[in-house]
Design a binder for this molecule. Structure first.
Ligand code: FES
Length: 264
């Protein structure tokens, strides 16, 4: 009688030695952990401080769209939620962009390696005995990424709008441009590139098709998104860094520490 093949063991690959690697494999997870640590500290502080996030036509991407009742009409071009007075405008909206980044396929790899050592790197022994993947709470929630993708596109639309209205002067007249305008335009562009390079976007434009030949437009879109997708890691880091720099620039201008450079 033939025996059924054994079910795969729910354990990690066993290596007797601590590592089979001779190169400095720990550098990449260490740099990732250090950088993400700085990001988390800065974002926490900037989201809670609730000040200096608006200057004339500029608004920090961390506070936009500004929906809290504490936003003054000049801070927001959108509706305000009257009963939301006990949270900062940044905390109200942070779940959208943060959920998108946290569930991103690339960031998952980065923080699983950097913080959980699951795995730390190829050919390095893991501290964990069992492996359950992303099949249980809380990691099963990573599957929400495809929905966060659409939420992220909504945020991109708001931040693009912010970049357009940054062509106004401090007094509200159109036809002006400062360094802050440029910073906001680059911010919106990088966020679009990061979102459009997402694996979920690739699936949305080219998935579930039997024949590309019958869908030339979707094939063309899928080809473009696939090219961007190859740069997803770089776009993830650059766009995240630029969001922080944009907030910092507007914060420095709003607090009077620096003056916005005017081009025209
Ligand atoms: S896979 Fe990274 S944003 Fe979707």
């Amino acid at each position: 009688m033939t025996q059924a093949p054994a079910a795969p063991a729910k354990t990690r690959a066993q290596i007797k030695e601590a590592t089979l690697r001779k190169d400095p494999w720990w550098r990449q997870p260490a740099v990732t952990a250090a950088f993400l640590g700085v990001v988390v500290v800065y974002l926490t502080w900037a989201s809670l401080v609730n000040a200096d996030y608006v200057w004339g036509p500029y608004i920090s991407p961390l506070y936009s769209p500004c929906l809290a009742a504490t936003c003054t009409p000049g801070d927001s071009s959108f509706f305000l939620i009257p009963w939301l007075t006990w949270l900062t405008p940044a905390i109200i909206i942070i779940g959208g962009p943060m959920g998108f980044r946290l569930t991103c396929y690339y960031y998952r790899k980065a923080y699983y390696r950097a913080f959980w050592r699951a795995p730390a790197a190829c050919a390095v022994r893991e501290p964990h005995a069992r492996y359950t993947g992303e099949t249980r709470i809380p990691l099963i929630l990573q599957n929400l990424h495809r929905y966060f993708f659409w939420i992220a596109l909504t945020f991109n639309a708001f931040l693009t709008y912010d970049a357009v209205i940054a062509f106004r002067s401090y007094g509200g007249q159109w036809g002006h441009m400062g360094l802050g305008t440029l910073v906001l335009i680059i911010n919106a562009a990088l966020l679009w590139l990061y979102s459009l390079s997402c694996h979920a976007c690739r699936h949305a434009v080219g998935g579930r098709l039997k024949h590309f030949s019958s869908h030339p437009v979707r094939y063309r879109m899928w080809t473009l998104v696939s090219r961007l997708n190859a740069r997803h890691m770089e776009l993830a880091w650059i766009s995240l860094t630029w969001v922080l720099l944009t907030d910092l620039y507007i914060r420095l201008v709003a607090s009077g520490a620096i003056t916005d450079l005017r081009f025209f």
